[in-house]
Design a protein around this ligand. Structure first.
Ligand code: SF4
Length: 190
């Protein structure tokens, strides 16, 4: 991992995701892998070290696989920063739990992934409320549905548009959210 992506990752670990996300936005669209250093080369397997699992000990892995990790880690380190940031953000978005991304081994991304899954970005939630299609994690999606229920000013049609789902499916999510809330408020029998 180069020192600059390291700074973005550290900031995200501390709870400030803005630098990482802003940098990733510099390579918008679906064709960003064309700019990746690993793109089109015939060594994809090198990015998936043998015996690498989300629960592996990353230090041990780096030591025992030092030779085979050298090439992919060097490529990640030299990859353009916005591409590496986008690579990492997409790995988090799609919960990609295997392989090297932005110089991080799978087990090194686990803490970041659990922080990502519970983070609620107010701007992303607001964008969806305003009808702007935005990719959300499950915590942000829950926050949007809660707003539909609690805030009479929120326009459900815009929210459905922002979530990229039919309005009927939005009402289904609303019903499920209400049911979950009701179930969790019922005291357990002694
Ligand atoms: S950071 Fe590494 S894995 Fe990600 S696109 Fe660049 S070279 Fe490929």
């Amino acid at each position: 991992m180069n020192s600059t992506i390291n700074t973005l990752v550290e900031s995200a670990r501390q709870g400030d995701w803005t630098p990482l996300l802003e940098t990733a936005r510099e390579v918008p669209g679906k064709n960003w892998p064309e700019k990746a250093l690993c793109s089109g080369l015939d060594f994809e397997d090198d990015f998936f070290p043998e015996s690498e699992h989300p629960w592996s000990d990353p230090d041990q892995l780096r030591e025992s696989h030092a030779d085979s990790l050298r090439l992919p880690l060097a490529l990640c380190s030299a990859c353009p920063l916005p591409v590496a940031a986008r690579c990492l953000v997409d790995a988090l978005r799609y919960e990609d739990r295997y392989g090297i991304r932005a110089g991080l081994l799978a087990p090194e991304r686990e803490v970041l992934l659990s922080l990502w899954k519970t983070r609620v970005n107010a701007d992303s939630v607001e964008a969806v409320i305003q009808g702007v299609t935005t990719l959300l994690n499950s915590a942000e999606r829950t926050a949007v549905i809660a707003r539909v229920i609690e805030d009479p000013e929120v326009n459900p049609r815009l929210v459905a548009q922002g979530l990229g789902i039919p309005i009927k499916y939005l009402w289904q999510l609303v019903r499920e959210h209400k049911k979950r809330s009701a179930d969790s408020s019922v005291p357990e029998a002694a």
